[in-house]
Write a protein that binds this ligand. Structure first.
Ligand SMILES: Cc1ncc(COP(=O)(O)O)c(C=O)c1O
Length: 367
């Protein structure tokens, strides 16, 4: 055969970056001959306290109807979100993870004539959705690990269709000043859609409320996820809120039954589970303190976080430290792919996980 599949693939696909997920526990167990149960995954910002028990019970009950298609219009969940946020049900797009909502937004609005502005070391999905549409990526530097709103504003042209910012940022953990963000949103011209990825907003003390600006008719959409605070990453469910017009257009693009039945049930129950939410936020805040103290004791610099993970600088041997941590049963995320080869991103864990990570780090750095 002289023609490869790659040659036949769409030109945009040939340029697509590949999303590299955190290494699964089973993979690391096999690689280093470890017991899966002895491994702690602190790589993908999942909830270390498990999932909302109410959500799990609701999903289990929903399995009784698993022979049926899920509600393709996600009516009950959008009603529930409507009450939660004080927005109309038509203002919510429910996705197979907020990731899907972002991808559908890209498919709905981007084409090769468009430019998309986002942070240079931003979440890689923005690059994927931009590249897939054949649109031009306009990466903007992130000085001090922060979103540079002024530089983003200065990068706007007639062709800018979207600006995507993450509040707070992944993998940096930083957040913009809410007032500066609101002023920035107000400064944008009408042809630009501001996308605010709020995957970690519930952990942040600096989250801006953009609903009044959406109500004014400004072109702003925000994404949220059930994967982090609510501990439902495995169900793949998240959402976007914005004007009913933008959501209506996106609904034309999605699959008819894009969100599975137990996930919808779990998400609704999770929203009501304030006890689990509080437990997670409390545990995360304690974990952050423990990790800061541990890093300081080891003389490691880190970026103060508004999220459930911390970017820590371990130096030029970060790649080795990453592998040595794996050997000791702790999976974290190396940051070379994000242009930060000296750093690791570490999900805040339970008390036991944080202690294991810090002990392993100490042993590696002192070796
Ligand atoms: C910044 C950011 N946005 C979106 C997502 C995707 O989340 P979901 O699980 O809802 O697809 C993640 C997941 O890690 C993320 O870090």
């Amino acid at each position: 055969m002289s023609i490869s599949y790659t040659e036949l693939a769409n030109a945009v696909v040939q340029k697509m970056p590949v999303y590299e997920p955190g290494k699964p526990i089973e993979y690391v167990a096999r690689e280093f001959g470890l017991e899966p149960d002895s491994i702690e995954k602190m790589a993908s910002n999942e909830n270390p306290f498990g999932a909302s028990p109410k959500a799990v019970a609701a999903a289990q009950a929903a399995l009784a109807e698993i022979n049926m298609y899920p509600d393709g219009g996600t009516i009950l969940l959008r009603d529930r979100l409507s009450k939660f946020w004080g927005l109309a049900p038509e203002q919510f797009f429910i996705g197979n993870g907020s990731n899907e909502a972002l991808m559908i937004l890209g498919q709905t609005f981007l084409n090769p004539d468009c430019e998309v502005i986002y942070g240079e070391q931003a979440f890689v999905v923005y690059k994927i959705m931009t590249t897939l549409a054949g649109a031009k990526a306009v990466p903007v530097a992130m000085p001090n690990y922060c979103t540079d709103l002024d530089a983003m504003r200065a990068a706007v042209t007639e062709r800018t269709r979207m600006i995507i910012i993450t509040e707070p940022n992944n993998p940096q953990g930083t957040a913009s000043d809410p007032e500066a963000l609101i002023a920035f949103a107000k400064s944008l011209p009408e042809h630009v859609i501001l996308v605010v990825d709020e995957a970690y907003a519930e952990f942040s003390s600096k989250a801006a409320d953009l609903r009044p600006l959406i109500a004014e008719g400004r072109k702003i959409v925000c994404t949220r996820t059930f994967s982090k605070l609510y501990g439902l990453a495995g169900f793949r469910i998240g959402y976007m809120y914005g004007s009913s017009e933008v959501i209506g257009l996106m609904n034309r693009v999605r699959q008819p039954f894009n969100v599975n039945l137990p996930a919808q049930a779990a998400a609704m129950a999770a929203l009501d589970d304030t006890e689990f939410v509080e437990k997670t936020l409390r545990g995360n805040a304690e974990g952050i303190k423990t990790l800061y103290a541990g890093f300081e004791k080891l003389g490691l610099r880190y970026v103060p976080t508004q999220t459930n993970f911390i970017l820590v600088h371990v130096g030029p041997n970060a790649g080795t430290v990453f592998v040595e941590l794996e050997k000791r049963g702790v999976i974290v995320r190396p940051m070379k792919g994000y242009g930060m080869p000296e750093s690791l991103r570490i999900t805040v864990g339970t008390l036991a996980q944080n202690a294991k990570l810090l002990a392993a780090l100490e042993a590696i750095l002192n070796a």
